[in-house]
Design a protein around this ligand. Structure first.
Ligand code: GLY
Length: 329
């Protein structure tokens, strides 16, 4: 993993990809990138997701296909306990999935509280492309997926079931505080992925099993366009990770994109969206929030509340895991 210090040094030395002229570091918010195609995604599993997306983007493919292919990687991986198959369940022991996808034209599709279908991101895409709606939830989402040929399966792995049983035995106390990062000692959460293809089309996706041991029926920020994900192909895109309730109440990803529209760099915009949460939530120190943004010119940036928010970047000259600057720590 590249530390932030290393990253800044590399970028200053011109080794960290194409730094656009006029980017003067933190004074204007750190900016990096500027190459097409580009793909950025949250957490360390973003490296494998970017790799899958790159197979499409690197050969001239569509950004929407890229973000879907990328998001499907952690959905398939039982070792990733916050996404798809192997995700930790809710308080009833059910794995319920949230996902969203947006294209460069502002079209959106989403599923919330989806059970027994592994690739929530692909169902979200089908909602976008094959229905007049934006979001399907619960049983309706599952019925729709089954009608479109998705396979019904048990997503609760033995390891996730054992973790749920341990949680029940320990008293079943739900703490949304820095949920996955601190409670479960795994440094990841939602995957959010943004891609810009050779033709300049910017698309994004999110997919997650949400907060571990959440109340049955709880939906987080990830499937909500404007909260966990927002793309305006004329400006840029943003994704969020961390405590979804706080992101939802500030429409964080929409805010990041709007702030970029007003001229803030991706990192400045992400920082401002974190500050919006801080200014309205006295208990903010107990949460993690991370934003990651990509402009339609290829510049990207991220910022988090707590330290330790990693994100993966892939461009023609760059393939690294970076750590976002953070407010605390
Ligand atoms: N950010 C994921 C969730 O709160 O469900």
């Amino acid at each position: 993993m590249t530390s932030r210090r290393t990253f800044i040094t590399m970028a200053t030395a011109g080794l960290g990809g194409a730094v656009l002229p006029g980017n003067s570091g933190w004074a204007r918010g750190f900016q990096e990138g500027g190459e097409l195609p580009a793909v950025v995604s949250t957490w360390n599993f973003g490296m494998a997701a970017n790799e899958a997306a790159w197979k499409i983007l690197g050969s001239g493919g569509y950004a929407l296909d890229g973000v879907e292919a990328g998001a499907r990687i952690p959905e398939d991986d039982p070792a990733v306990i916050s996404v798809g198959y192997g995700g930790l369940p809710d308080d009833r022991g059910k794995v319920t999935l949230d996902a969203c996808i947006m294209d460069e034209k502002g079209n959106a599709g989403a599923v919330a509280c989806l059970e027994e279908i592994r690739h929530a991101v692909s169902v979200a895409r089908m909602v976008m492309e094959k229905t007049p709606h934006v979001m399907l939830t619960g049983r309706g989402a599952r019925d729709f997926a089954l009608s479109r040929g998705f396979k019904r399966e048990n997503l609760l792995t033995p390891a996730a079931k054992a973790a749920w049983k341990r949680w029940k035995k320990a008293g079943a106390h739900f703490k949304p505080v820095i949920n996955i990062e601190n409670e479960i000692l795994q440094n990841h959460d939602t995957i959010g992925i943004l891609a810009l293809d050779r033709q300049g089309r910017l698309c994004g996706a999110t997919t997650t099993s949400g907060m571990a041991f959440k109340m049955h029926g709880r939906v987080g920020d990830s499937p909500i366009a404007g909260a966990g994900l927002f793309v305006d192909g004329r400006i840029g895109g943003a994704v969020a990770t961390g405590s979804g309730e706080l992101v939802m109440k500030t429409l964080g990803s929409f805010l990041v994109v709007e702030l970029m529209h007003k001229g803030l760099s991706p990192e400045e915009a992400c920082r401002e969206a974190v500050m919006r949460i801080v200014s309205t939530n006295p208990g903010y120190r107990d949460h993690q929030i991370g934003y990651l943004a990509l402009k339609n010119n290829g510049l990207y940036g991220a910022y988090s509340l707590q330290p330790g928010f990693d994100y993966a970047v892939r461009t023609p000259s760059y393939n690294r895991l970076l750590t976002a600057r953070s407010l605390l720590g």
